[in-house]
Design a protein around this ligand. Structure first.
Ligand SMILES: [Zn+2]
Length: 76
């Protein structure tokens, strides 16, 4: 009773929740604003001893790629 409607509401909510992390997960591409995905994580050549990492990022839409210095201890 009323279940199909409730299910649709939940599906919409799940879709909205799934869309958000994807947008926040990676930084936006400076060229086309599409989310970038991390393709490789290595220790920073200079500050690796301090726990810093280098993340290789590739745009999911265009060919843009870049490397960023990331401090995993400074989450958010
Ligand atoms: Zn791009």
């Amino acid at each position: 009773m009323g279940l199909p409607k409730r299910l649709k509401e939940l599906e919409d909510r799940v879709a909205a929740l799934e869309a958000k992390p994807a947008a926040v997960a990676g930084p936006a591409c400076p060229i086309c604003q599409a989310p970038m995905r991390t393709t490789a994580v290595t220790a920073d050549p200079t500050f690796g001893d301090m726990g810093l990492q280098q993340h290789s990022l590739a745009c999911t839409r265009c060919a843009h790629a870049e490397t960023r210095q990331v401090d995993p201890n400074k989450a958010a």
